[in-house]
Design a protein around this ligand. Structure first.
Ligand code: PLP
Ligand code: COI
Length: 372
């Protein structure tokens, strides 16, 4: 279609008449945890085969009413994103690479046979919600406003003969600390999921869809039962190659000091292409730390730690930021990475990345998107 004929997506504004009182909000912002506190508003937008995108609204945050036969409740046709808005030292509020999340949201939509939301509407929804609920963007430099755009299939029918003919896009926001932060950065322990598979080539692993997470909970429970914080997923074919964690990508640090380099498992089709991962692949070389994509097996991981070749391992993602990994456990035993504590390369990259996000460092990549 000629671009000038694509109808513009608009959002009507309905401000809440009962926003959370400022003193209650201040209390909630003290220690928000992760994904437990929500702001006063949300954005909603509908799509149908006959009307396209329509009925855009910024409205009070609240429950949804869905017919019990709604497709998403039965077949899990859903996609989501996760990104953050930061209050910088200057007072400016920015989002980190929202255009990258918009593009991944479209790719997830294609995989799940859902409509592609135009990037401009995705970013516009974020700008609207963050501007309306700006008082919820934390002042604490360890905290930020986690944004959760998502889309569900709302077709009311139990047949699976055709993809959705109607969908609902929503955007909610949640002031949050990092998922693992309890004040200071600590190294986490990970469990190797040897008995389960998260994703296989040709499946949905590289889409950000709820079913991937539903399928991961049994493995995550196994991690918890073995006193580990998170599960590490291996490839579906050989159960040998390291892929990623439940909600974050992994990086391996080889060597130390001026000789340090980092490597992350390549995107084989079953991993989520993380935006933090992509940012580090671009940022690290500019800091003098060569960065590559590659492959590492569980045996190589263990041997590398034992020989001292692998000095640090860290996880990265929007919610997790950059989190050091200290211990690995699996059905056949475990090992420690370095001295089991956060390492210097991990902490340097964390400082540099959060420095760009919070405006303490220049942003030569144009990653920071100004909202207000
Ligand atoms: N892998 C999985 C399975 C995830 O859920 C996430 C989180 O979004 C990531 C990796 C990291 O992606 P990003 O850096 O875009 O947050
Ligand atoms: C994110 O970092 O946005 C994630 O998706 C992790 C989330 C599943 C907690």
């Amino acid at each position: 279609m000629n671009a000038s004929l694509i109808p513009t997506i608009t959002f009507d504004l309905h401000a809440s008449e009962q926003p959370v009182p400022p003193e209650v909000r201040a209390n909630l912002l003290e220690a928000p945890g992760f994904g437990q506190v929500f702001t006063d508003h949300m954005v909603s937008l509908r799509w149908s085969t006959d009307r396209g995108w329509h009925d855009g609204k910024l409205e009070p945050y609240g429950p949804l009413v869905l017919d019990p036969a709604t497709a998403v409740l039965h077949y899990g046709q859903e996609i989501f994103e996760g990104l953050k808005a930061y209050r910088q030292e200057s007072g400016q509020i920015v989002a980190f690479r929202p255009e990258a999340n918009a593009a991944r949201f479209r790719r997830s939509a294609v995989r799940m046979a859902m409509p592609e939301l135009p990037d401009e509407a995705f970013v516009q929804a974020i700008e609207l919600l963050v501007t309306q609920d700006r008082d919820w963007v934390p002042v604490n430099p360890e905290h930020s406003l986690y944004l959760r755009p998502f889309m569900v299939a709302t077709t009311v029918a139990l047949g699976v003969g055709r993809p959705a003919n109607s969908c609902l896009f929503l955007l909610i926001a949640s002031p949050s600390a990092g998922v693992f932060s309890g004040g200071s950065v600590r190294a986490v322990s990970v469990w190797l999921a040897e008995g389960y598979t998260r994703a296989a080539k040709g499946g949905t692993g590289e889409a950000k869809t709820g079913g991937n997470y539903a399928a991961a909970f049994a493995g995550q429970q196994q991690a918890i039962d073995n006193d580990c914080d998170q599960v590490v997923w291996l490839d579906a074919n050989e159960h040998r190659w390291v892929e990623e964690m439940g909600g974050m990508n992994l990086f391996f640090v080889y060597g130390s000091g001026a000789g340090a380099r980092i490597m992350t498992p390549a995107l084989t089709g079953s991993l989520l292409p993380g935006i933090t991962r992509d940012s580090l692949l671009r940022l690290a070389p500019d800091l003098g730390i060569p960065a590559t994509e590659g492959a590492i097996s569980v045996d190589q991981w263990r041997a590398g730690c034992e020989s001292g070749e692998i000095t640090e391992v860290f996880a990265c993602g929007t919610a997790a930021v950059i989190t050091p990994v200290g211990q690995v456990k699996g059905a056949s035993g475990g090992w420690t990475i370095g001295d089991g504590q956060p390492g210097p390369v991990t902490m340097r990259l964390r400082e540099e990345l959060t420095g760009i996000q919070f405006g303490r460092r220049p942003d030569p990549y144009g990653w920071v998107h100004k909202i207000i």
